[in-house]
Design a protein around this ligand. Structure first.
Ligand SMILES: [Zn+2]
Length: 411
C-alpha cells in the first residue's frame, strides 16, 4: 500500500518522471510502468478526445433541443425563428412589433406575382441537374463519390423546394436594399423593402413655404415649413401636421428633404434577385455552410486543447471564435457560392420566362448604392469583376433557354 502511495506521488523533472521518495532514486525500469500516464502527448491526446467528445455532445444536446422544439410546434418554432431574424435586420418598430410591408403594398404584390413562377422554375432546374448527373453516370458506368454527393444534395434541395410555398417570403419594411435566404429558417426568402426603393434624406436645393420636410429636432422629424427668415425656417412639427402641431424654428442647414430612389424596377429584375436566392437552395449552400461552421467550431476546440495547454490562447480565441470561423470558412465558401448561385439563378430566371439579359445591368445598378446605407445585397453579395464576368459567361446559355421558353409559349 505504501509502495502504491509512493507510486502515485509522481513529480516531473525536466520531462522525466521520477518517483518522489525521501532520497533521490535514479529512474529505474521497475517504475517506468506509470510513466506512460505522464507522457505529454498522451495527456494532450486524451484532453483533445475529451473536449472533442464534449463538443459533440454539446452539439447533440443543442440539436435535440432544437429538434424537439420543432416537433412540439413547428409553426410556433418557425414564427419565433422568423421574429429573431427580423430583429437581426432591425425590422422592428419602437413598440417591439415586427415591421412587415402591408399585404396590399406594391412590393408585396410584386413578390406574389414573381415568386410562384421562379419557384416552379427552380424545381425544374433541380430536375435538370439530376438528369445531367444521371446521364453522366450512365456513360461512365458507375457514380463517382462527388456525383453521389451531388445527387444527395439535389435530393435534399428537391424536398425543400417542393415544400416551399408561394408565400414563402417575408417582406421587411427596412430601408436597405438586401435579400437573403438562411438555413436557420428554410423555405423563406427575406426581402428588404429597400430592394425596391430606398429613402434618404438629402440637402434641399430650393425650399418654399408649405414644403414637407425633415428637421433636426432630437433626431430627424417630419415637419411642414411655414415661413422663412434669414437663417431660419419656422415649421410645424409632426406627422399629422394638424392645427395643434407645435411650431418650431430651425436653422436652414437642419432641414432635409426625403428622396426616394428606385432599385428593382421591373419583374425581370425581381425575378433575377429571387432566382439567385432560390439557387442557393438548389445547391444546398446553407446546409453546407452550417455543417462547415459546426465542424469548424469543434475542430477549433480540439486543436486548441492540444496546442494550448495553458488555456490562455483558448480563452482569447473563444471570444473571437465566431468571427474566425466566419472569415476562415464561411466567407470564402460564400464567394464561390455566390457565383454558382448567379449562374443557376440566371437559368432559373430564363426557365421562368424572364429575360436573363437584365441581370448584369441590375448588379451595376446596385453597386451605385454601396456606401450610404447599411449592408446591401452587393455587400453580402459582392459585385466583384470576377462575379460580373462569370455572370456574362453564364448569360449566353441562359438566353438560349429563355428563347426556347418563348418559343414554347408562342401559339
Ligand atoms: Zn447569394
Amino acid at each position: 500500500m505504501a509502495a502504491f502511495g509512493r507510486q502515485l506521488a509522481l513529480t516531473r523533472t525536466s520531462g522525466v518522471c521520477q518517483i518522489a521518495t525521501g532520497s533521490p532514486v535514479a529512474p529505474g525500469p521497475t517504475f517506468r510502468v506509470w510513466d506512460f500516464w505522464n507522457n505529454r502527448w498522451l495527456r494532450r491526446t486524451l484532453r483533445a478526445a475529451r473536449i472533442g467528445a464534449l463538443s459533440v455532445s454539446i452539439f447533440g444536446v443543442g440539436y435535440s433541443t432544437g429538434a424537439s422544439d420543432v416537433l412540439a410546434d413547428p409553426t410556433e418554432f418557425r414564427r419565433k425563428k422568423a421574429l429573431s431574424l427580423l430583429k437581426n435586420i432591425h425590422a422592428f418598430d419602437a413598440e417591439g412589433k415586427a415591421r412587415l410591408c402591408e399585404e396590399t403594398s406594391e412590393e408585396v404584390q410584386a413578390v406574389r406575382r414573381v415568386l410562384p413562377r421562379v419557384l416552379k422554375a427552380a424545381r425544374a432546374q433541380v430536375g435538370i441537374l439530376q438528369e445531367e448527373i444521371q446521364d453522366a453516370i450512365k456513360q461512365q458506368g458507375e457514380a463517382s463519390y462527388t456525383q453521389q454527393q451531388d445527387l444527395d444534395s439535389l435530393k435534399r434541395a428537391r424536398k425543400r423546394l417542393e415544400s416551399w410555398s408561394d408565400d414563402g417570403f417575408l417582406l421587411a419594411d427596412v430601408n436597405t436594399p438586401n435579400a437573403f435566404v438562411t438555413p436557420m429558417l428554410p423555405r423563406t426568402i427575406f426581402v428588404h423593402r429597400g430592394i425596391f426603393r430606398i429613402h434618404r434624406l438629402a440637402e434641399p436645393e430650393a425650399l418654399h413655404a408649405g414644403a414637407e420636410v425633415f428637421v433636426l429636432q432630437d433626431g430627424w422629424k417630419k415637419a411642414k415649413l411655414v415661413s422663412e427668415s434669414q437663417e431660419q425656417w419656422s415649421a410645424l412639427l409632426g406627422d399629422s401636421l394638424g392645427e395643434d402641431s407645435e411650431t418650431i424654428t430651425v436653422k436652414k442647414e437642419d432641414v432635409r428633404i426625403l428622396q426616394t430612389r428606385n432599385l428593382v424596377e421591373n419583374d425581370e429584375q425581381l425575378a433575377m434577385l429571387l432566382s439567385h436566392e432560390l439557387a442557393h437552395a438548389v445547391h444546398d449552400h446553407g446546409y453546407e455552410s452550417l455543417n462547415i461552421l459546426t465542424t469548424a467550431y469543434s475542430l477549433e476546440l480540439v486543436l486548441l486543447s492540444v496546442l494550448d495547454p495553458t488555456g490562455m490562447l483558448e480563452f482569447l480565441l473563444e471570444i473571437a471564435a465566431g468571427a474566425i470561423a466566419r472569415y476562415a470558412f464561411v466567407l470564402p465558401l460564400g464567394r464561390c457560392d455566390e457565383m454558382e448561385a448567379d449562374a443557376t439563378g440566371l437559368k432559373i430566371c430564363a426557365l421562368a420566362g424572364y429575360d436573363p439579359r437584365l441581370a448584369t445591368k441590375f448588379l451595376d445598378r446596385f453597386a451605385l448604392f454601396e456606401g450610404y446605407t447599411g449592408p446591401t445585397w452587393t455587400s453580402t453579395h459582392p459585385a466583384t469583376e470576377a462575379r460580373i464576368k462569370a455572370l456574362k459567361d453564364a448569360e449566353a446559355d441562359a438566353v438560349e433557354r429563355f428563347q426556347q421558353h418563348k418559343e414554347k409559349q408562342a401559339p
